[in-house]
Design a protein around this ligand. Sequence first.
Ligand code: ADP
Ligand code: MG
Length: 508
Amino acid sequence: MATVHPIVEHTDSFVQRDYSPAAKRALERRPALFINNEWVSSSHRATLIVEDPSTGREVGRIVDASDADVDRAVATARGAFDDGRWSNLPPKVRERTINKLADLIEAHAAEFAELEAIDNGKPVGFATMVDIPGAVDHLRYMAGWASKLGGEVMDPLALPRGTVFSYVAREPVGVAAQIIPWNFPLLMATLKISPALAAGCTLILKPAEQTSLTALRLADFVAEAGFPPGVINVITGNGHTAGARLVKHPGVDKVAFTGSTEVGKIISRNATDSLKRVTLELGGKSPVIVLPDVNVEEVAPAAAGGIFFNSGQICVAGSRLFAHRSIFDRMVEGVTAATAFWKPRPSLDPQAHMGPLVSKEQMDRVMGYIEAGKRDGATVVVGGDAPAANGYYVNPTVLVNVKPSMSVVREEIFGPVLVAQRFDTLDEVAKAANDTSYGLAASIWTKDVSSMLRLAAKIKAGTVWGNCQAVIDPALPFGGFKQSGIGREQGREGIEAYTELKTVIIQL
Ligand code: ADP
Ligand code: MG
C-alpha cells in the first residue's frame, strides 16, 4: 500500500498578486459586444460577473447577450459572408490578415497571459508557456491553408472522356457559430476561428461565460489586423440562452462546439432541426497505461502532470491510471510524491504550477465526486480535500481501491482527481481502458515496441500517446471516438470541416 503524504496548507499563501495596469484597464471596460468591428451595447442591461477564482472576488462585468443581440450578430456575419467581402479576397490577403492577428496576440502576450490567469485561475507561467503561444500557433498554421485549399478535376465513371468537364470545388460553409469552454479560453478561441477564417467563413464566437476576457481583448485587434467588418463577431453570454439561440439560429450554417458531453448532446439536437453542419469536441476519461518495464521515477511525475496540469480541467486529462501489478505501489507512491509540485497557489504567483478550479460550481462538483468516491469505498491516498482559502482550490487527489462501477471511475470529473487501478495482462488493460462511454485520448508507457503497437491498435480513442502525454498540435487531427465528439479539428480535416464540396458537371 502506498504511503499517505498529507499536504499542509497555510492560508497566507493564498494571497493573489496585484493586477498590472493593462489588466486593470481590461477589467474596467464597459461591458460590450463586438459586432461588425464595433463595440456595441447590449439591447438590454443584463451583465454577468467576472470572477477571479484565486480569490472568489468579482473583478468585472461582461454582457449577458440577449436574443436581439444574438440576432444582430448573426445578421452581421450573414451579410459579411453573403457579399463575399472576406471569402472573395485573394487567399494571400486572408492568409496575411490571419497572421497579423497572430502577431498582435504575440505582441501582447504578457497581458493575454495575465488576463487568462485572472479569469480562469490557471498559473500565469503556464498561460505564458502554453496558452498564448498555442493560440498563436493555431492561427499561423491555419493561415497557410487559406492559399492551399483546393478542389479536383475528376472524370465521371459512365460518360465518354471529353464529353463533359467535371470538377469538385471546395467552398466555405458559410456562417459559423463557435461555442467554446473555459479551460483554455484564448487557445480555444483561436483554434476555432482560424480554420473558419482560412476557409473564408464568417463567424460568431461565444466564449464561456466564466472566461470571456481574452476573447474580448482579442476582438480589440480584429480591425487592426485588417479583417473587414462582420467577419469576426464576439458575443458574451450564458450558454442556455445566448448559446442556445446561436445554435438554433436559421442564419447559421455550421456549429462548432467544445465543452461537456452533456451540453454537446443538447447542441447536437438543437442544430439538427435545421441540419446545420456540426463538429463537437467533448469530454473524456482518458486512460494512462503503464507497463512493467518503465522507469517509474520518470513515468510517475509524468502521470501526475497528465492529471494535475490545468487543475485537471482538460478534456484529455489522464484521469484513469492503469499500472501493472508489479509496479502499481511504486507508481502510486511516485504520483503521490509528485503532488507536492502541484500544490495549489493563486494564479499570479510565479511559482504556481496549479491554480484554483475555475468556479465555485466546478469546485463543488469536484468535491462531490471525491465524496462519492469515498462513500463508494475508494481510499484517498493523498488530497481529497480543499485548502482553507477564499478561492476555489482543490488539493491534488489520488484514489485507490476503486471499482469500475464507481462514478469516480466512470464519469469525467474535470478536476485534479486521479483514480488508480492494477492490471496483469495487455488484453485485460485494453478491455478496462475501453470500458467507458468516452474515447478522446489515451497514453501508453513502455519501451516494448510490440506491446506499444498492439495496445495502440486496441484502444478506442481519437489520440493515443506513446511515452508522452497531452501533445496536441495544430497540424495533427484531434477529436474523439464514441461520446467524446463528432468530427476532427486541426490539420487538413480541421479546415475541411469549414467547407462544402460542390461537384460541377458541364456537358461539352
Ligand atoms: P461546463 O459545463 O464545464 O461549464 P459547458 O459544456 O456547459 O461546460 O460549456 C461550454 C460552452 O457551452 C460555454 O460557452 C457555455 O456557455 C456553452 N453552453 C452551455 N449550454 C449551452 C446550450 N444549451 N446551448 C449552447 N451553448 C451552451
Ligand atoms: Mg455547464
